[in-house]
Design a binder for this molecule. Sequence first.
Ligand SMILES: [Zn+2]
Length: 444
Amino acid sequence: MPDRPFSPLELAEPAEAERISRQLLAAQLRYVRTASAFYRRKLGDGSGLSVENLAALPFTTKDELRKAQVADPPFGEIRAAAQADIVRLHVTSGTSGRPLAIGFTRADHELSCEIGARAYFSAGIRREDTVLHCLNYALYVGGLADHLSIERIGATMVPVGIGQTGRILDMWDDLRPTVVFCTPSYARHLAGAAHARGREPAALGLRLLVVGGEPGGDIPETRQVLQDTWGADVGDTYGLGEVWPTFAGQCEARDGLHISACGALWWELINPATGAPLPREPASQGEIVYTQLKRQATPLVRYRSGDVVQVLEHTCPCGRRTPRIRLLGRADSMFIVRGVNVFPQAVEAVLDQVAPGHGAFALLVEGQAPPPPIPLAVEVQQAPAGLASHIRSTVRSRLQFSCDVRLVAPGALGLATEHKSQRVFRTDLGQFPPGLVNLAGETR
Ligand SMILES: [Zn+2]
């Protein structure tokens, strides 16, 4: 019998949840139209401002937010609450340009904690746990906001942050953590550091690894590698700084992520190329677009997330009735080989299986629809005979495209290991991994 979810709202009948969300959406549209100069301009005189008409309203893009904030820092005309009512300012990680400033009123903060707590509870964290929180606390929502969400469950939080690998391994036996919360790449990094000290990660007594901040935790092969390495269960979570810090989490079924922001988020699905609406029904795939509900400080309407998702079946063995999605990847890291959409996460899943323990990798693509074979450079400790051709044949059979595999030494690509790293490089735009000299895979 699965545990009851953190909030009874997660058990609400979808039709009832939809009815309440529609009311909140109507109220939110009126609020942003009145309170935010940005939306007053964008939404015109407010005629046609209705839930039924939502798909006719303009999208909000990250670029627009950036421009508005450059013109009038920190929040720009997006700000919809009085400065005096804003109690916190975070910035986005800025992986795709100038970071965005995100504001929280006290009510926004409360709601953020509640939504996040539902997701982390769903991923498996309980009040009896001691959690090492190993995401960046500086500025970014993944630090403090996620910390407070997990603390809301009642777990014992240890605010570790980044750059503390040696210290936490030194103190491990004194802290006796049961959960580590970090990115999938940091989980690999920490395991490597433990090995280097002669300690077996699986013998460290971890019960659960909760990952977030980058994709991987919802890809079975990637999760399996982490599970085997740590001898622990692995649960994935998802959020976007500018929307809600964390608003989706896997449940014990470990199959897709439940959106935990019931009553605080409206979502749509669109064709990323044309912007046309797509049905929100099982098997549907498209870019997910968000409108927060009840958000006061920096509310967004029809915000293009850039994340491509697949909608999963509504019913789930865990009993939650909330929508379940699978993240396929970023619309801007997707490329198309002979009509097949390819995301770097899918390539990573192949590498996790065929070359476990691999390091960073880079796909070099010439344009959005590059001609095969696609150069794929992979950092590996050892390159046993046949590894490159095994990767090539598995990519071809599993992902239906041919690649040209170059195996290089660890660190040779010059990509960072402790944070999000780029995996697709548009050579036609002059993008290249810092350590790579040419397409033949020669390194500096
Ligand atoms: Zn579930």
